[in-house]
Design a protein around this ligand. Sequence first.
Ligand code: GLY
Length: 605
Amino acid sequence: MTIAQQRRRCLLAAVAVLALAGCATPGHDLPLQPEGASALVEKPGWATRTFAVAAANPLATDAGLQILRAGGSAVDAAVAVQMVLTLVEPQSSGIGGGAFLLHFDGHRTQAFDGRETAPAGASPTLFLQADGKPIAMADAISGGRSVGVPGTVRMLALAHQTHGRLPWARLFAPAIRLATEGFAVSPRMATLLASEQDLQKDPVAAAYFLDARGNPWPQGHVLRNPELAAVLQRMAHEGPDALMTGDVARAIARTVQHHPAHPGTLSLQDLADYQPLLREPLCFDYAAVREYRLCGMPPPSSGMLAIGQILGLMSHTPAATLALQDGVPSADWLHLYTEASRLAFADRAHYVADPAFTKAPGGDWQSLLAPRYLAERAKRIDASPSGQSTRNPPAGNPGSLPLAYGPSPEQPEYGTSHISVIDAYGNALAMTTTIEAAFGSRLMVNRGVGLAGGFLLNNEMTDFSLSPTSADGKPVANRIEPGKRPRSSMSPTLVFDKASGQLVMTGGSPGGALIIHFTAKTLYGVLIWGLNAQQAINLPNFGTLGGPILLEKQRFDPATVKALQARGHSVVETPMPSGLQVIQRTPNGYFGGADPRREGIVLGD
Ligand code: GLY
């Protein structure tokens, strides 16, 4: 099926276009929301036989399809998809950001870490005002000081060295063509541009994203980005050094250091020194209808640890006996899920940070997933029929630590995009990629050679705790330190059948800290409730970051809300725009699902 046919099919299948005006201003009325909501478009789910690629924008998915059809590997496709996403979904990810990539080559799973690092000049007090209190998150995001050293491109190059099949340069062709010839601004990009206040303060970004009168480009406007085309052309032929050294690097450092209000320290040395890491994946066993093995990123991501804790804690409750009610999780199930999440988020706030700077409790992150530890922790969940919420449980004690940390306060986390690919050779990958807030730091890099456009820089430094100490004066594990990687919630996930070792599915989502819940929901839907990938993605979203239960607006019965309140939960109904992309193995090939809340599609042969 061609991309045009796919698009028509999705649009014809549209069941509802929710004009969520007022909910699309990230960080203002709903501070815990990641990117704003846009349209809700029903997706059919896609069956393929040989390979499949799922990404957040049809043009990006199509770039992956072109590469897979040309004999490319999963990593080849991911490179092409990421370059196109930089252009067509600039609000979420790009070459100015960071990423995690989980790769399975049929035998072995590897975890590639392209997370941004704090510049050498960054200090724990970066975001503190004169009275020692942290500045408002909205003020921290925009400008040069929030920019971490970008890691996505060097990480992709590292993965390509081992797992690429097509020449590196070939993978840039779709993005260079689209940047040169232009692409139509998507409905979601137009919605987010329309609610954006800070891009206009950066002259380069304003000239690219706004018309001569200062109005954001509408949906369908054909946007060309000749500066990005030139940078991509250079990267295609010279590799990541074309970004991390030379005149592009000089433009990055200049943009950060010369920001008029909030300059940062990111330097040419920081860019030249950046190294992606190859880590052991974080894997654990999970008994559902069958025995599974789930793998994800270890710290600095908190994602897979939290998901593993939530699923593991729920195994000690009657949750698995509670079926969906009218296709929606019941209040009883939501109570158990939320209580498990509160415990997981308490540990996350206390312990999880870059392992190069922060020791795991008991010397091993697996201590947080140990069956005995989770069995003990689960005793805090009141699983009786009218069980009450524990509210604010403290972190557990899974093992000794040389330093007593204090919990980091929950902060909003933003943007991000997810890519899933399975190729014709049996390789599978899950890659979650981010520039943090919608449109990142709102700084656009341009070398000043007379070409319009460029690429956006991340604001990943705000994924660190803005305050280096907790309320009781103890150091926060996720405080800023030079060279450190900020804690993430990104949860690229691979699921295997434990007995055979065969891949079951690859998936993940954007959504800040809510990524953990979006991904956990989808895993539970497929592995416990027996849904297919699309049905599981379609389930209403829910979750907690330790405070109220968040329920996706207009998806839950008022009786569910009342029942939760009767158990002592405070409930907030709000848009929860996940962007899940999942591909599962089937007896005939693959079946992919893409989130109706964003623009992603799945393509393949
Ligand atoms: N910036 C989103 C995350 O890393 O979780």
